[in-house]
Design a protein around this ligand. Structure first.
Ligand code: SF4
Ligand code: SF4
Length: 337
């Protein structure tokens, strides 16, 4: 990690007080037992939670609101800073960018959100039970799509720039800060290595991203029937997934066009005129989500459609654990490790 500055807690607080006059700033806060993005104000700067794994809502929700009128959008033009994005969510932006910034049909609202936002990623200094980013080739620290990266070591914030935007930001707002001491840089690297090692150990029986695609293709109907047995089609797994990107466009009177996030887990997702619905049986919808993530999207896009955040496992009311399915079937099916 190329650390450019080390900033003390009190200097960082002063910097944030100045920044919230100029930007709308979001950061992770603990609400009850969960981390969630909240708006930073002068009064709650001290409550920001640093370097803990993923907020409950994915970063996606700040770029693709659940419902949004895409005509005459009320999207504020004010520039934003989003702090605390974990690496899994930052990497997930790559596939959303491929879809929503497609050069033939770029989405103007999404583009505006992306352009107006400075992203400050946090290293993960701990993990949650179902985190498995390393299984799919990602790291528990930001390597893409963040402008700056923060790691709180002892009482210093180690801040590095990962983009030109981040570098200009450092030069403009934090140019008087000190270079990080070597021992703190070493400590930051050691934390990264330890967390990465723990994640690899914890998930050593999980097939990698490509092998998961093979597993999904080889699973028979009996597997989908069994694993979807407790699914209630609530759609939570898609809503909180940082890479799920389907939407429904609803035409309304007064030239209103509402984009609403959609999911293949809802009954009627593929219903067409005359009532035909190829995904009416629940196990077929259930299978569809995994085919989309691990088989179809890899055929069309460069970026991975699952970053191993584990939220879909944590959120499932039916207690369905996709990783149990993949591990079990990887062992049973004839796929080379
Ligand atoms: S969260 Fe669980 S119960 Fe809800 S749609 Fe997804 S798999 Fe089904
Ligand atoms: S499929 Fe599950 S683990 Fe993968 S990115 Fe989506 S919510 Fe996270």
């Amino acid at each position: 990690m190329e650390t450019l500055v080390a900033i003390t807690k009190s200097n960082w607080k002063s910097a944030l007080i100045n920044l919230i006059d100029e930007y709308v700033v979001y950061a992770p806060y603990r609400f009850w037992n969960q981390l969630e993005y909240g708006r930073v104000t002068k009064d709650n700067i001290g409550d920001i939670v640093y370097n803990q794994p993923k907020p409950s809502s994915p970063l996606k929700s700040l770029f693709l609101p659940i419902r949004e009128n895409v005509v005459n959008s009320s999207q504020p033009a004010q520039k934003r800073i989003i702090m605390g994005a974990p690496a899994c969510d930052l990497s997930a932006l790559s596939i959303l960018d491929e879809i929503y910034l497609n050069h033939d049909y770029p989405d103007p609202n999404y583009m505006k959100y992306r352009e107006n936002t400075i992203l400050i990623g946090f290293d993960c200094h701990t993990t949650n039970e179902h985190c498995h980013c390393t299984s799919y080739g990602f790291h528990p620290y930001p390597t893409e799509n963040s402008d700056l990266v923060i790691s709180l070591i002892d009482d210093n914030f180690l801040i590095s720039a990962q983009s030109d935007k981040g570098l200009s930001f450092l030069e403009k707002y934090l140019s008087n800060e000190e270079q990080a001491p070597d021992e703190q840089k070493e400590k930051a690297t050691e934390i990264r290595e330890n967390i990465e090692h723990d994640l690899r150990e914890k998930n050593k029986d999980l097939p990698d991203y490509d092998k998961t695609g093979e597993v999904v293709m080889q699973c028979g109907d009996d597997i989908w029937d069994r694993y979807s047995d407790t699914c209630v089609s609530c759609g939570a797994c898609s809503a909180i997934c940082p890479t799920c990107s389907c939407f429904l466009l609803i035409e309304r009177p007064e030239f209103e066009k509402v984009r609403s996030l959609d999911t293949c887990q809802y009954p009627g997702f593929e219903r067409v005129a005359a009532g035909e619905d190829p995904l009416r049986p629940l196990p077929k919808r259930f299978r569809n989500r995994y085919m989309c993530k691990y088989v179809w999207k890899p055929e069309k896009f460069q970026s991975k459609a699952c970053t191993g955040c584990g939220r879909c496992i944590e959120a499932c009311i039916g207690e369905i654990n996709k990783n149990d399915l993949f591990k079990e079937q990887f062992k049973n099916l004839s796929i080379e490790a």
